[in-house]
Design a protein around this ligand. Structure first.
Ligand code: PEP
Ligand code: MG
Length: 326
């Protein structure tokens, strides 16, 4: 019941065999910080920064973005915050950007592509993040990356901004904040080994990864029954990306909806993922699931699942797994 979940807040997220799993929260508005702290989440694993740009005719400048991020970082009192750069474009339009949806919004000028097409925008966001990093642990995350070249270009912009801030004696974290890649385009997942050399961490976005791998619009109700993160192709991409990160010794987190669904917890842990970010409301149920799991058994079950070729058998194997059994 509710009480039992409340009590979980102060218990650690450890498996029965003693492995700590980091549970963080996804947020879309700074007002959610209160519920993040109340949930027992260890940090913010995904701050969707779109709110800064929506419902207005102009664009937020560096100073405004800095102040919002600084306040957020301070309110998190030393817990880590991962800020994702702008993920609008396509269907999510901000009026101030003055761009049109295009014929195929999901495949159009959006996210990192838009940031690189309008480098002033990216510079302001990176500068705001770098300045806020002086106030607490902050990481920067780039959405919808498909190529190594995009990460090179982002790093070049970041170096330019760092140079300017250093020249002006603006305080920043030392070392500088880690720069991470969202793995949410199938091509990025398949090139995860190459991308791992250009990223300080990975965040696997299973919502878009499922949408693009299966060619199912995640918001289209007429095909919603076909949207399935348990499709073997999606799972193989998650596995390949996680293994690339582990080989490169960079942190890897899953931050799509599956991270907050206790049904998937054993599988994600079994694939070597020890870092999950989800809506604050799901932290307690996922923690409860983790505390029933044996990681060795979960890894064996994940291996059995990865040998399967159909989603219904995969779902069966997952749902029949009771935590510690082999
Ligand atoms: C995702 O695509 O899985 C993700 C976490 O990002 P968003 O839901 O904001 O697209
Ligand atoms: Mg996404």
């Amino acid at each position: 019941g509710r009480r039992a979940l409340d009590r979980l807040r102060d218990l650690p997220a450890v498996t029965r065999d003693g492995v700590h799993i980091q549970l963080q929260a996804n947020i879309e508005l700074p007002g959610e910080v209160q519920s993040v702290l109340a949930s027992g989440a260890e940090g913010i694993g995904l701050l969707r920064s779109e709110f800064l740009f929506m419902n207005r005719d102009d664009l937020p400048g560096e100073e405004e973005q800095f102040q919002v991020l600084r306040d957020l970082v301070c309110r998190m009192e030393g817990r880590p915050v991962t800020v994702r750069t702008l993920d609008v474009g396509g269907d999510k339009l901000a009026r101030g950007l003055g761009i049109s949806p295009g014929a195929n919004p999901a495949l159009g000028l959006r996210a990192v592509r838009l940031s690189l097409a309008q480098p002033d925008l990216l510079e302001a966001q990176l500068a705001a993040c770098l300045r806020a990093s002086a106030f607490g642990p902050l990481r920067i995350l780039i959405p919808m990356v498909a190529t190594v070249e995009e990460m090179r270009a982002v790093r070049a912009v970041m170096e330019r901004v760092v140079k300017r801030l250093r020249r002006d004696h603006v305080p920043m974290a030392d070392p500088l904040p880690p720069l991470g890649v969202m793995i949410e385009v199938p091509g990025a997942a398949l090139a995860a080994d190459a991308l791992s050399w250009h990223a300080d961490f990975f965040a696997i976005g299973t919502n878009d990864l499922t949408q693009y791998t299966l060619a199912i619009d995640r918001a289209d109700e007429t095909v919603a029954h076909l949207y399935n993160p348990l499709h073997p192709a999606v799972l193989r991409l998650i596995q390949f990306s996680a293994e690339a990160a582990l080989r490169a010794r960079i942190p890897v987190c899953v931050c799509g909806e599956v991270a907050g669904d206790p049904r998937f917890t054993a599988l994600l842990l079994g694939l070597g993922i020890h870092d999950l970010s989800m809506s604050a409301t799901n932290v307690a149920v996922v923690k409860q699931r983790i505390r029933t799991l044996d990681l060795g058994a979960a890894s064996r079950r994940a291996r059995a699942i990865m040998d399967q070729s159909d989603s219904s058998r995969i779902a069966q194997l997952l749902d029949s797994f009771n935590g510690g059994d082999v």
